[in-house]
Design a protein around this ligand. Structure first.
Ligand SMILES: [Zn+2]
Length: 137
């Protein structure tokens, strides 16, 4: 998955979006796990691209993970144009889930290091939209 694919717009193609948002409202950031082969997906998918099963269930991303890589984005997908620049990162969580997302704006670019501990936080966007960020754990 490329960094350029991040955003709510591209999320909707492969995601059971409504349930994902309901879980965000509860303060939970969740992925899906395949009941058949155990593959984990984030962003959540409604079918498994490993074994092609459509038997998926939700799982909570565990507490904290390690930031693997990050980049500063100077452009944004539709709807996010005024947010640039912002920082995108990928974090590896304990149970194998890899999470792709923005880093919390409270962390300055100079302080972000690969390997730093991060956790997920649900954030309110404008227009009653919810999203999540990776923030310092
Ligand atoms: Zn599967």
């Amino acid at each position: 998955m490329g960094f350029e694919q991040f955003g709510i717009v591209s999320f909707t193609a492969t995601t059971k979006t409504e349930k994902f948002v309901d879980l965000l409202k509860e303060g939970k950031v969740c992925g899906t796990i395949c009941k058949s082969c155990g593959a984990k997906f984030f962003p959540p998918r409604s079918d498994c691209n490993v074994c092609l099963s459509d038997e998926m269930e939700w799982f909570d991303i565990p507490g904290s993970g390690d930031l693997i890589t990050f980049t500063q984005a100077m452009y944004a997908p539709a709807g996010f144009e005024k947010d640039v620049p912002y920082i995108l990162g990928v974090a590896q969580f304990a149970d194998g889930a890899k999470v792709f997302g923005r880093l919390d704006k409270s962390i300055s670019y100079e302080n972000i290091k690969p390997g730093m501990k991060v956790k997920l936080k649900v954030v309110d966007l404008e227009n009653d939209r919810l999203s999540y960020v990776l923030t310092a754990a």
